[in-house]
Design a protein around this ligand. Structure first.
Ligand SMILES: *Cc1c(COP(=O)(O)O)cnc(C)c1O
Length: 216
């Protein structure tokens, strides 16, 4: 099925409950252009070199989201144009984003990535460290924390996925009450966004369901 068709199916499913970030990692500029032509404006990438390259070749009104593990020394390449960084999970990274945002004379919107699955390979901040981490980010005025991101376990066990999303939703709900900037809960990917939407997701990150299976 075509990229345009898939996007329209997904948008129809989510209605106005959530924003759709089209995850375009490994995809060509031409494929992204197709999605853009059908009205899609938010795109997510997980590698700095790729996002910088694509940003320079595609229309200026695209919103670029950094969704993957971000190395400190690469923040400078994206600080000028990035719309939302989903993967803030350590102080050293926050400090670097703040520094480059200041240089660019802007505030950069960010999400704190929480580790909600028990899988070894996933990045993200441990839930028990969240409160302290959040408090220490207050020093960084050019970093604007607007919500949370999480990735559920890669599994067919829907109950486990549901449990993991509920964990992050509870923390998100607490934060909304105390921080007026909090407005984004980024949970849900191709295989689990239905469960994420049931759990209050308002931003889903969908790649393979739009563009087809990735070949790395
Ligand atoms: C690749 C990726 C996605 C999209 O995954 P799909 O299963 O292709 O929808 C979402 N979020 C993050 C952080 C990713 O790295």
């Amino acid at each position: 099925m075509s990229i345009e068709k898939q996007i329209s199916i997904i948008k129809n499913e989510i209605k106005d409950k959530a924003d759709l970030v089209a995850v375009s990692k490994t995809r060509t500029v031409e494929e992204i252009q197709k999605a853009y032509n059908s009205g899609q404006l938010k795109f997510g990438e997980n590698r700095v070199q790729e996002i910088v390259d694509k940003q320079s070749k595609l229309p200026n009104n695209i919103e670029w989201h950094m969704i993957g593990h971000l190395q400190k020394n690469k923040v400078k390449y994206i600080a000028k144009f990035i719309n939302l960084i989903h993967s803030v999970d350590r102080i050293s990274l926050a400090k670097e984003i703040d520094k480059h945002a200041k240089k660019e004379n802007r505030r950069i919107d960010c999400l704190i990535q929480l580790k909600i699955s028990k899988e070894e390979s996933k990045f993200g901040l441990q839930i028990e460290d969240f409160k302290k981490f959040y408090e220490s980010l207050k020093n960084y005025k050019n970093l604007n924390i607007i919500g949370l991101m999480g990735m559920a376990s890669f599994t067919d066990d829907n109950e486990l996925i549901d449990k993991e999303f509920k964990k992050i939703k509870t923390i998100y709900d607490d934060m909304v009450l105390i921080d007026s900037e909090f407005k984004v809960l980024s949970i849900g990917m191709s295989d689990d966004y239905d469960i994420a939407l049931e759990n209050g997701s308002n931003m889903i990150r969908v790649g393979s369901k739009i563009f087809g299976k990735r070949n790395y």
